[in-house]
Each structure stands twice: as C-alpha cells, then as structure tokens.
Design a protein around this ligand. Sequence first.
Ligand code: NAD
Ligand code: UDP
Length: 333
Amino acid sequence: MNILLTGGMGYIGSHTAVLLANTGHQVHIYDNLCNSSPSTLERIQKITSKDIGFTEGDVRDTEKLADVLRKEKIGAVIHLAGLKAVGESSQKPIEYYANNVQGSISLIQAMQSAGINTLVFSSSATVYGDPIYLPYDEEHPTKPTNPYGRNKLQIEDMLRDLSVSDKEWKISCLRYFNPVGAHESGHIGEDPNGIPNNLMPVIGQVVNGILPSLNIFGNDYDTPDGTGKRDYIHVMDLAEGHLAALVWLQSNPGCHNFNLGSGDSYSVLDLLYHFEQASGLKIPHQVVGRRPGDLPEYYAKADKAEKLLGWKAKKTLSDICSSSWLWIKSSKN
Ligand code: NAD
Ligand code: UDP
C-alpha cells in the first residue's frame, strides 16, 4: 500500500517508516521539519535500502497536502505530525490548538478532497487524566489535565463524529504510553531539540555531557522504591502497532481507540539500573522535589490491541535500554 506519514521525520514516524518500508509498503513522508532534521530521510533510506518519498510542508496547508495525496496515490495516512511538549502546551496553548487541532482538520479536509478514508492517528495516554483506576483501559473516563491532552481528545472526538457521519471512514486512534528506545541499527532514535523533558532523552544528554546529572523528580511516591512508575514501550513495538492497526482497519470501518503500552510499569530507578547495565556507565543523579503534575504511576491495559489487532509489546526494558545506548553512543560521535 502507498502510505503517507505526516510527521514521519520525527521520532516515532521515522521508526514506523522503517518498519513499513521493510514490510513492502511504499512510504511518503510529509513534514515541516519544525522538530526534526532532513538528515533523518537519508538514515531511513540507509537502514531500509528503499526509496522513501518526502515532501516538506505543513499539515495546515490543505491544498499542498491534497496534491501530495493524489500525486502519490496514497491509500492510507498515519497522522503523527504535532507538537508534543506537555509543559509548553500550557505556556503556548493557542499555538498547540492551531498546530494540532487545526492541522488535523486540514488533514481530514485534504483526505476528503483526495477520496481517502483510512487514517491512523497518534493519540496519547494523556487523554485519560488522573487515574480513577489502573491499569487504564480504553473505557476509562477521559479528562486530560493540560492543553496537549485536550488537543488529543478533541481530535479523537472529531474523528469519531466524522466516522458516524460517513460510514466509509476507517479510523484508529492509538493511545501511546511512554515510547522509548531506538532502532537496532543505531542510525535513528529520539533527538529532541533543546532541553528535553522526558527521562530517556535527559539520560542521553547526561551521557553526552550536555547536562551534568539526572534530577530524579521525587522518591517519596507510594511506589516500591518511591520513584514514579511508567509504562515504557519500545518504539519498534509501537511501529508494529501502527501496521497491525492499518491491516485490521481494512475490514473494520468506524473509529476505534487502542491503548499501545506494554501493560507493565517500571520506576525511574528501574530504568536507570537497566541503562547502567546496558551501557556499563554510572549515570550521575540526585533526588530533587516532585515535578508538578506528575502522577505516581500509570500503565496500560493493552488486551484490546492484543485481542483485535493481534499486537503485543515484545521488547523488554533491557532491549529498550541497550537500543537507546546504541543510539546515544552513535549520536555522540
Ligand atoms: P516528534 O516531534 O519527534 O515528531 C513529530 C513530527 O511532526 C516532527 O518531525 C515535526 O517536524 C512534525 N510536525 C509538527 N507539526 C507539524 C505540522 N504542522 N506540519 C507538518 N509537520 C509537523 O514527536 P514524536 O515523539 O515522534 O511524536 C509523534 C506523535 O506521537 C505526536 O503527535 C505526539 O503527540 C504523539 N505522541 C508522542 C509521545 C511521545 O512520548 N513521544 C507520546 C504520545 C503521543
Ligand atoms: N523523570 C525524572 N527526571 C527527569 C525526567 C523524568 O525523574 O529529568 C521521571 C518523571 O518524574 C516520571 C518518569 O521519569 O516519573 C517519566 O517521565 P517522562 O517525562 O519521561 O514521562 P511522563 O511523566 O510524561 O509520563
């Protein structure tokens, strides 16, 4: 199939592009490079030895997007383009709504104009908000606590309304938990601009000497070692979830939500330990106060994806840390 990846030059999109190209699909990336580098294209081509199409453009440019959809004879879209920093979304909410919500409206209009109705959307576990129970299943109430999460929920709502109004649409909203890790080649990985917020990229910057040490945000949570626990999912497992959703959608019209997580949770100290084991390094760290808004723990119930999509996260925390180490090491040189 010919598949368009909006935001395909980014962290999750580049790994998904590799998987799709390696499973015989024709991939075209549409990205404005606001949070990625053009060199990623060469890296994807190097890993896959496949010709990957690329158009530099903003998803809010509906006409340009529709032209690409027609010209490349696209059969399905994976919509990853978006701004994703939770903290920044509270400082610049209108920028986030304009990019993420308006960008998604523009994409749908472009798809309508090009006659395409199969869409996989990158949503987030952030849509759930504070847990009423754990693990979160797809029926857990949605009450996001920040503008980024509200963007995601509004887009999900919009997609559901669309699928009710037009029964031809085949849509899947994938609620990612904590994507980490990198491709086994070490050629692509997470490479955020500026100072990162997420745990693994912070560790990467400590290793590379950009940051002096890791601040652990609190060790007084009600968890076994007192540090926060998360459901870390290897980015290549996540990529496989997109492919599984695309295949399943072919015979399942409507709008469907799926959690993509491992179903387990690990603490900051667990992750640090596994990273130190994988790298043989000692990561300087100290405990500081809790980060405002952080939850003690959350993780997915991922049974729905296993039952319907036949998808399950396979990689371990050790796999995650060794692939991250390979990427961090190669980006250091
Ligand atoms: P990323 O920033 O690495 O990739 C996003 C890509 O989208 C970038 O290449 C950026 O240049 C592009 N982009 C942004 N706005 C655009 C626009 N208006 N037009 C065209 N391109 C645009 O982020 P990622 O981690 O790969 O995340 C991909 C998607 O998954 C995002 O929608 C994000 O919200 C979602 N998500 C990510 C995480 C995570 O922790 N990484 C968790 C849950 C959901
Ligand atoms: N964390 C930390 N130091 C950091 C970044 C994150 O201790 O510099 C902790 C954070 O408090 C949480 C876990 O690591 O318990 C994962 O945080 P991340 O920001 O990666 O994911 P999120 O909290 O958004 O799920």
